[in-house]
Write a protein that binds this ligand. Structure first.
Ligand code: SF4
Ligand code: SF4
Length: 445
């Protein structure tokens, strides 16, 4: 790897270059296209937005971290004009970073914003974090990363992590990290003080130490995100969104569950049948409306979900975990889209119809009622990776790595969590199915 030192002057010139954004990203798309056989068919990003105080203009559709990066798919995304690429330090044995390193060679480095996330453990020191980031840079085959986020903060206090901030200060001086950030899915476990995602991220933004943030925002789970977006707008902090399509996951989870029972010629358990009947009834009642408004298939609903979040002026980029070329083309087509007032009211109707099926990301309200301290919301997030995002291996590995009781405890339970859910989510059956998907044995405690 070429280990070129980036001094302060080079650094500033990179920043200035990036502020010009649109032109550079256009250049980047052209560079990528030279290498692709079907260039004419590729849709292109239509809108670039300023990523808060970083000044960098990022594509409104960005590359989320898909667990295992497919180099060719990422090259297609870059060729389409996507210039925000998210990753995580060391995941998958570092192979994803290696794939990203190869893919980003298709265009000038300073036309891309590469964002990584790092988990900080109690054993870490400033030195170990710096060493880990340097290893990341080797795998990414680049001299610097643009953003380094404290990964998955679960309390406001965690965002004050001295080791992380000290390491970031040093790496900024060395020119190997340009901006600091934080990502959050809310609190993880019942025994922590109940801190919501907006409380955690807003505390981080108010501290003035973070330039970019990553959080959940969609048309069902919107209230917390609205607060964060308003504050980020005022403080000029860049916003990157994840989990922007709530419905696909909820719908797929239950319908796949029933299909599997049918395929295996097994009787559908009564609690799952109850949820399935509820979905089918909602769908049946909603179908005339969905057909009338062109929302009768999942793709149309996905488009509505993305357009909804893009409508918010404080959103910088919407992260999508692309797993194939079709997804790249489909999502890039949504760049620059806006919802009309009428379409907004349609999305609100979707929320009323399907909202009760969705275990809200970054929620966890029910977890304190579980006598076994099962991390309900985290498990449902892993199941969403498994069912809705085709990230089976990643989802299973995360589930097996849980350091709290898993959903194997749920089968014989009377479902205290479900009774406590203010949104009416049939969570008991969903947890039982999640365990079936995510555990290797499918056995219950
Ligand atoms: S089941 Fe309900 S209360 Fe529990 S995490 Fe999901 S949405 Fe929140
Ligand atoms: S079903 Fe029972 S064991 Fe499982 S999370 Fe809910 S309360 Fe806990």
């Amino acid at each position: 790897m070429k280990q070129k030192t980036v001094n302060r002057r080079t650094f500033l010139s990179k920043s200035t270059a990036c502020i010009t954004g649109v032109g550079i990203a256009g250049t980047c798309a052209m560079f990528g296209r030279e290498n692709l056989p079907h260039e004419q068919k590729q849709p292109a990003i239509k809108e670039y937005r300023v990523l808060g105080r970083t000044g960098f203009r990022v594509s409104d559709i960005g590359c989320g971290y898909p667990g295992l990066v497919n180099e060719s798919v990422l090259k297609a995304a870059i060729a389409g004009g996507i210039n925000f690429i998210d990753t995580i330090e060391g995941h998958g044995g570092g192979n994803s970073e290696i794939a990203i390193g190869r893919a980003i060679k298709t265009c000038p480095r300073d036309s891309l914003f590469i964002n990584s996330k790092i988990a900080v453990t109690e054993k870490d020191t400033g030195e170990t974090l710096v060493a880990r980031v340097k290893k990341s840079l080797e795998r990414l085959d680049t001299d610097y990363i643009d953003g380094l986020m404290l990964w998955h903060a679960t309390t406001a206090r965690e965002t004050e992590n001295k080791v992380f901030h000290k390491a970031v200060r040093q790496m900024r001086k060395e020119g190997i990290v340009r901006f600091s950030g934080v990502s959050c899915h809310g609190s993880s476990y019942a025994d922590e003080p109940p801190e919501t995602m907006d409380k955690i991220i807003c505390a981080a933004v108010d501290s003035g130490r973070f330039d970019i943030v990553m959080f959940v925002y969609n048309y069902v789970q919107k209230e917390m995100g609205d607060k964060i977006l308003e504050l980020c707008g005022k403080k000029n902090v860049g916003t990157t969104l994840m989990k922007t399509d709530p419905f696909g996951g909820a719908y797929n989870i239950v319908t796949n569950m029933v299909t599997n029972y049918q395929k295996e010629n097994k009787e559908i358990p009564p609690n799952i049948q109850k949820v399935y009947s509820k979905i089918m009834k909602s769908q049946e009642q909603a179908m005339p409306f969905l057909i009338q408004h062109g929302l009768s298939d999942l793709n149309a609903r996905k488009e509505a979900a993305i357009s909804f979040v893009l409508n918010h002026p404080a959103v910088s980029t919407v992260l999508i975990s692309f797993s194939n070329f079709t997804e790249v083309a489909d999502y890039i087509r949504l760049s620059g889209s806006r919802l009309t007032d009428r379409a907004l009211s349609e999305v609100n109707s979707l929320r009323a119809t399907f909202g009760p099926l969705y275990c809200r990301h970054a929620c966890g309200i029910c977890e304190s009622t579980c006598p076994r301290r099962v991390p309900v919301n985290t498990i449902m997030r892993y199941n969403n990776y498994f069912v809705a995002q085709s990230r089976e291996k990643y989802a299973i590995s995360q589930y097996l790595g849980l350091d709290r009781p898993n959903a194997g405890n749920c089968a014989g339970c009377e479902g205290f969590c479900e009774a406590a859910c203010p949104f009416g989510v049939p969570i008991h059956a969903l947890l039982v199915d999640a365990h079936k998907n995510l555990s290797l044995t499918g056995e219950y405690a």
